[in-house]
Design a protein around this ligand. Structure first.
Ligand SMILES: *Cc1c(COP(=O)(O)O)cnc(C)c1O
Length: 222
């Protein structure tokens, strides 16, 4: 199947309230353009440099999501255009995003990444750290960022019950924090689910899925 066919089939299968982020990391602009021409406007990348290059080259009505781990010294390269940063996992990083957003007179939307997997390799905040950030004085003073939701990555395993437990944990935290709205925190987005587990994630309450290989095919890292 072509990218267009895979994308169209996938979109038909997704419930209306679920936003599709087409994860295009490592893929050439020609692949992204095929998805664009099939109507896709939201793309996810995990390297800031690569995302910035694609942003420069491609039509300007695309929403660019940074889904990877973010190094503070690179925030400046995406502050002008990034639409949503999924992987925010510290107050320090939030402050840097705030600082760079201010330079461009923008408010940058962010998701807090929560560690739900058992693997040590995955980044993210604990539920406790999340609560302490959101209730801190320092956070409340940040005017150029807005926390619009939570993001999580489940353990890479065939054990469906394990993955389900992790998604349910994130959904419970989301529901618990959601009512506590402040000026710069209004939780609406729950970003969970990838090619291998998005159906389960949606069943568990996800409203944003990040899907790469099911649209663009397997990635080649060398
Ligand atoms: C690569 C990546 C995805 C997409 O993975 P697929 O299995 O190709 O769908 C989703 N989320 C994050 C954070 C990623 O890095």
């Amino acid at each position: 199947m072509s990218i267009t066919e895979k994308l169209t089939t996938l979109k038909k299968a997704l419930p209306k309230q679920v936003m599709l982020v087409a994860v295009s990391k490592t893929k050439p602009v020609s692949d992204l353009m095929e998805a664009y021409n099939a109507g896709q406007r939201v793309f996810g990348e995990n390297k800031i440099q690569e995302m910035a290059e694609k942003w420069e080259e491609m039509p300007k009505d695309i929403q660019w999501h940074m889904i990877g781990h973010v190094q503070r010294n690179k925030v400046k390269y995406m502050a002008e255009f990034v639409d949503l940063i999924h992987g925010v996992d510290s107050l320090k990083l939030l402050k840097e995003i705030n600082k760079q957003a201010k330079k461009h007179n923008r408010v940058i939307n962010c998701l807090l990444q929560i560690k739900i997997a058992e693997e040590d390799s995955k980044f993210g905040l604990s539920a406790e750290d999340t609560k302490s950030i959101l209730s801190s004085e320092e956070f409340s003073e940040l005017q150029n960022i807005k926390i619009v939701g939570l993001m999580g990555m489940a353990t890479f395993t065939d054990d469906v019950s394990q993955v389900k437990k992790e998604f349910q944990f994130l959904k419970r935290l989301f529901d618990e924090l959601k009512p506590q709205e402040t000026k710069n925190c209004v939780l609406q987005t729950l970003s969970m689910g990838m090619s291998g587990d998005y159906q389960l994630a949606i069943d568990c309450g996800s409203n944003m899925v990040r899907i790469g290989s099911s649209i663009f095919g397997a990635r080649n890292y060398d």
